[in-house]
Design a protein around this ligand. Structure first.
Ligand SMILES: [Zn+2]
Length: 261
């Protein structure tokens, strides 16, 4: 009898474990048609079954970054007829931090299916983009920060995650007039590092997290990857998505051969 009860309890637990939430339902994934992918890890608000909030690490939401990415995709489609690929985490950072390694991202194994759904999707899109556009592609990991509300920070681990671009074009590709942050600076945003900085040194708080490191071009199957941390004030500007779309367009026309054709 006790054995039977135990068996039933195990089955019930297992059922809860598997069906507590649908992992695919916790991400947004949209196919693109140009060699750019936008990822948004920190603007989700949804729970993951019954798991409790993490007790360590940052849990703050990057408010407005999901809308920013979606509007940027729409603006680029309007300008070019093509859409970047898009992957958005719908789950809250309180339960799972998608921009961390698997060990650091969660405190409950229940969060694992959502983590894997998010990263497997990015990996699939990166593989697809690499095959489709072998001459170059860019991943932008979209974040928000409030530590320095007036500034947009670039994070590439000091150029590491854009190894291919740097090798091809040198420093200007990352910090020149036609770079992503260079175009934004030209439009009046405060960016760091600015165009006039002599080296590629980035602010250590925002120098590039797990996603750009994992899918960056220093990895054998990676593509060039840049993390952008939009300050609170920049995120409150209604024209930001349009400006980001312009910066991606200017950059792509100059530095992504498939795009210029
Ligand atoms: Zn973030």
């Amino acid at each position: 009898m006790i054995n039977r009860l135990f068996f039933t309890a195990t089955i019930v637990l297992y059922a809860c474990h598997v069906y507590a939430y649908d992992a695919q339902d916790k991400i947004v994934a949209k196919q693109g048609s140009m060699p750019v992918i936008l990822t948004v890890p920190h603007d989700g608000g949804e729970a993951l079954g019954w798991i409790s909030a993490r007790t360590q690490g940052a849990v703050v939401r990057d408010t407005g970054t999901q809308e920013l990415a979606e509007r940027t995709v729409d603006a680029l489609e309007k300008k070019t007829g093509n859409r970047p690929y898009l992957v958005i985490a719908k789950f809250s950072r309180k339960f799972l931090d998608a921009n961390r390694s698997e060990e650091e991202a969660m405190e409950s194994v229940e969060a694992l299916p959502a983590y894997r759904a998010y990263h497997d999707q990015i990996a699939r899109f990166v593989a697809e983009i690499s095959a489709r556009f072998p001459d170059g592609a860019l991943l932008i990991d979209v974040h928000g920060q409030s530590d320095d509300p007036g500034t947009i920070f670039r994070g590439t681990r000091g150029g590491l995650t854009v190894k291919t671009l740097l090798k091809k074009y040198g420093k200007e590709v990352l910090q020149g007039e036609y770079s992503i942050t260079g175009v934004l600076q030209g439009k009046g945003y405060q960016v760091f590092p600015p165009v006039e900085a002599s080296g590629l040194k980035e602010d250590r708080r925002f120098s590039g997290g797990y996603t750009v490191f994992t899918y960056g071009s220093q990895m054998s199957h990676g593509i060039d990857a840049i993390q952008l941390e939009f300050g609170k004030w920049a995120r409150s500007k209604s024209g930001l998505a349009e400006d980001l779309a312009d910066s991606i367009l200017v950059f792509s026309q100059k530095y992504i051969p498939a795009f210029a054709k």
